[in-house]
Design a protein around this ligand. Structure first.
Ligand SMILES: [Zn+2]
Ligand SMILES: [Zn+2]
Length: 188
């Protein structure tokens, strides 16, 4: 199933394609392309950052790489209520395995006790956690998800820097404008 490149929600039908990314609608396209400027981040900068995260030490335990994005899944149910959650973490092989293992135990113990979601979802998530215990960060290459994360990080950092530049420009015009009575605007 396809997911929106910005909000990560599942796209059942349609979506807006811009370059290699797909968005669920105009709001996400606008936020990603016009505001964040994802497409304007140079590919080699993204590759450099992704590769340094991949080869770096684990942000969770401080241990050696390879480091990548890893997902694990859990569900707990009681009668008609079910709570499920996907945990996404940037971490090493050891931490990835532990996340999937403990979410497997959690789901195996607490998942079954609700109907219908608990009964249906529990075996699916147990299987996905079993696959997760085998699909650990690779030594020779990083995932597409890590590449995307690096791109978002760079775009966010650039946006923050621009925001700061705007704010300081506004401070300057605040100092100058009172005697002229100009209206202050943050957008220039
Ligand atoms: Zn979206
Ligand atoms: Zn770790």
């Amino acid at each position: 199933m396809k997911a929106c490149s910005y909000c990560k929600n599942t796209i059942v039908l349609g979506g807006k394609k811009v370059g290699k990314r797909l968005y669920c609608g105009e709001n996400c396209r606008h936020a990603a392309v016009d505001v964040l400027g994802l497409d304007a981040i140079p590919e080699d900068l993204v590759n450099d950052l992704a590769s340094s995260i991949h080869k770096g030490s684990c942000p969770k335990c401080g241990g050696d790489g390879p480091v990548d994005i890893h997902e694990s899944y859990r569900v707990a149910s009681a009668f008609l209520f079910s709570f499920f959650n996907t945990k996404t973490e940037v971490c090493c092989r050891k931490c990835s395995f532990k996340n999937s293992f403990w979410d497997f135990i959690y789901t195996f113990t607490l998942g079954w006790w609700g109907f219908p979601i608990g009964v249906i979802l529990t075996p699916i998530l147990l299987l996905r956690n079993m696959i997760g215990m085998l699909q650990l960060p690779k030594e020779d290459e990083y995932s597409n998800a890590l590449h995307e994360k690096a791109c978002f990080d760079l775009a966010n950092a650039r946006l923050e820097k621009h925001g700061a530049a705007h704010a300081s420009a506004a401070t300057v015009s605040e100092v100058r404008s009172p005697q002229r009575g100009d209206k202050l605007e943050l957008s220039t």
